[in-house]
Ligand binder design. Structure first.
Ligand SMILES: Cc1ncc(COP(=O)(O)O)c(C=O)c1O
Length: 474
């Protein structure tokens, strides 16, 4: 079967595709999942691979039994899968398994040997996970964004010049989790290298949707370090990866110490192992690693051209159909014709209807899951929403006094490879109802959380759908 044939079949393999959820009317509706930029559901072939592995489950790198050895072999094979997935040469790079992108970036920020006056350049469009960790370890300079939400490359050039000789790292996202904009990261890497800096790519959003190629270090456009999360690429089992040059990571002691990171321990001291073991203290998430490898192999079997073609079609449809909703305001680029430079991630507002109310109606009346707010990218959202400094200060004070009534934000819809046109049409039809005030429920704002809940009764009684108690044999 070719890639697009396989891709079509995969929708039916989505775990939870037919999950019905309650709505205010009392009817159940099939859940429409359009929050893939947060986390994706998984596919049955991945779950069954995990189940199969559980038959062999044992700790890695320690035991002598068959299962321990098989588990170690699977774990290390998965490491090679990750390297292949991002085209990293394991002769010079290492793959460290972490919890997620956030942990990968925090880890790198703590290990990297910054010079005392070293500078890190990042951008205003970053997720907080590719901004806050760096602020703890060095001076961070933010490149601005343009009105359409794209990176201001001229500003980047200016900042490289301004801090010439001092820039240790440039760290940028591969794609925005708010506007879906794909950055020209290889070009940005080349400029970073020309300035004598290393380049870090936050691939949390990019990796599930586009092929990633770290390129050999002899290539001026190579990527020195890269981080991504498996839960955004159909393997929500709690694993992530940090991939990059091994040498600088050896300058400091391991970030975390304990079992697995040492060759030998005496009462006086310890001798650290090589990478990657010295950065994987304790028992790792072995099942998560197996799931990640299965997800990588699934994506490879479908192939990037089929994935990209399908997701671009969905992005075009999303932008085209959202524009049918009166008073629709899309943030960032909204051209439905040329979507080659973006992902199917779209942030929007409908007139003056509070974004959290829009999302509540979508959820409680239509069974549609989206995300709202500022998407862990506050500085970027302030730019996109054109919030003036005075208003930002006022809102900040309100938030700190536990009132989120006026927090600016938006609704975000984001597609995965299993979505189809019907999911987008369901969203757009529901938004039209919301826009004309045709919703049936009445909602009240919870000041502290900033979310809206139905006034009459909350129909979400979770324990009638799911409990944590296992089905024990009777
Ligand atoms: C661009 C980007 N970077 C980093 C992260 C953090 O990922 P995680 O929560 O898996 O650590 C996210 C999550 O949404 C993201 O979108």
């Amino acid at each position: 079967m070719n890639g697009s044939g396989l891709l079509k079949r995969l929708r039916q393999e989505l775990v939870g595709l037919d999950t019905e959820v309650p709505t205010l009317s009392g009817q159940r509706r099939r859940y429409v999942s359009l929050d893939n930029a947060s986390s994706t559901p998984t596919f049955r072939p991945i779950v069954s691979k995990v189940d199969e592995f559980l038959g062999y489950y044992a700790n890695v790198h320690r035991g002598s039994g068959f299962k321990s050895q098989l588990a170690s072999w699977a774990f290390e094979t998965a490491r090679h899968d990750v390297a292949r997935f991002v085209k990293a040469d394991l002769n010079e790079k290492t793959v460290i398994f972490t919890k997620n992108t956030t942990e990968s970036i925090n880890r790198l920020s703590r290990l990297y040997p910054f010079r005392p006056d070293g500078v890190i350049i990042t951008s205003t469009m970053e997720h907080h996970s590719n901004d806050l960790p760096w602020r703890r370890v060095a001076k961070v300079v933010h490149v601005g964004v343009k009105a359409d939400g794209s990176l201001d490359v001229d500003d980047y050039l200016r900042k490289l010049k301004e801090y010439a000789g001092k820039v240790d790292l440039v760290t940028m996202t591969g794609a925005s989790n708010v506007s879906g904009w794909v950055t020209p990261y290889h070009y940005l890497a080349r400029l970073a290298h020309e300035a004598g800096a290393k380049f870090v790519l936050d691939a949390a959003q990019l990796a599930p949707h586009r092929p990633v190629d770290m390129k050999p270090s002899s290539d001026p456009e190579h990527i020195d370090y890269l981080a991504f999360s498996a839960h955004k690429m159909y393997a929500p089992y709690g694993i992530g990866a940090l991939v990059g040059d091994r040498k600088p990571l050896l300058a400091a002691d391991p970030d975390m110490v304990g079992g697995g990171v040492v060759d030998i321990v005496t009462i006086e001291g310890a001798y650290w192992r090589e990478l990657p073991e010295r950065e994987e203290a304790g028992t790792p998430d072995i099942v998560g690693v197996v799931a990640l490898a299965a997800a990588i192999r699934l994506l490879e079997a479908v192939g990037w051209s089929a994935i990209q073609e399908h997701e671009e079609r969905l992005a075009r449809r999303l932008l085209t159909r959202l524009a049918e909703v009166p008073e629709m305001k899309i943030y960032g680029q909204n051209d439905p014709v040329d979507v080659s430079g973006r992902l199917g991630v779209v942030a929007f507002n409908v007139g003056k209807i509070p974004y959290a109310l829009v999302a509540a109606i979508l959820s409680y009346e239509h069974g549609i899951g989206v995300r709202t707010g500022c998407f862990c990218a506050h500085p970027y959202m302030l730019c996109l929403l054109d919030v003036q400094p005075q208003e930002a200060t006022k809102v900040r004070d309100e938030i700190l006094s536990r009132d989120r009534t006026n927090v600016p934000g938006a609704v975000r819809a984001s597609v995965g490879l299993y979505n189809d046109e019907s999911d987008i049409d369901a969203l757009v039809e529901a938004l039209k109802v919301v826009q004309r005030g045709g919703h049936s429920g009445s909602y009240v704002l919870c000041k502290e959380t900033g979310s809206y809940v139905p006034t009459e009764r909350d129909c979400f009684e979770f324990d009638s759908h799911f409990t944590l108690t296992p089905h024990l044999p009777s």
